[in-house]
Design a protein around this ligand. Structure first.
Ligand SMILES: Nc1nc2c(c(=O)[nH]1)N=C([C@H](O)[C@H](O)COP(=O)(O)OP(=O)(O)OP(=O)(O)O)CN2
Ligand SMILES: [Zn+2]
Length: 118
């Protein structure tokens, strides 16, 4: 079974590798949303896969590195596209949450990226 929990953080970024006339070459910000999906067996006694709070505890130190920062200044995020941000979050969260199955990053209401470890 899969369960998920959603988070949000505010951050600024620009995309350094797009043409200078591209809108994302300019500094701008997003209210990012992150959905973490965990896959596992249902505990018959507790009736859940993992406590939602376990997901929150695993992600919070990672979220704290992003919230209200300029993403381009963070190590490993010099080109902070949704795709690379999803991979960055996976690399830092998976060791803390081994059941993690999917990271989804929603940069706007209509755009996002999904990463499942490959
Ligand atoms: N594949 C990707 N394309 C784009 C990314 C990205 O990370 N991966 N990022 C951007 C920009 O950061 C931009 O801020 C978001 O793009 P977009 O969805 O075009 O944003 P809009 O709010 O302008 O979109 P609407 O068309 O108004 O829905 C660009 N591309
Ligand atoms: Zn953007």
């Amino acid at each position: 079974m899969e369960i998920w929990k959603e988070f949000s953080f505010e951050a600024a970024h620009r995309l350094p590798n797009v043409p200078p006339e591209h809108k994302c070459a300019r500094l701008h910000g997003h209210s990012y949303r992150v959905r973490l999906t965990v896959r596992g067996e249902l505990d018959p006694q507790l009736g859940w896969v993992v406590d939602f709070d376990t997901i929150r505890e695993a992600f919070e130190p990672v979220r704290a590195q992003l919230d209200h920062y300029y993403l381009n200044e963070i190590e490993g995020l010099s080109n902070p596209t949704s795709e690379l941000l999803a991979r960055w979050i996976w690399a830092r969260t998976k060791p803390r949450l081994p059941q993690l199955a999917r990271v989804e990053v929603m940069e706007t209401c209509t755009s996002g990226a999904r990463y499942e470890g490959a």
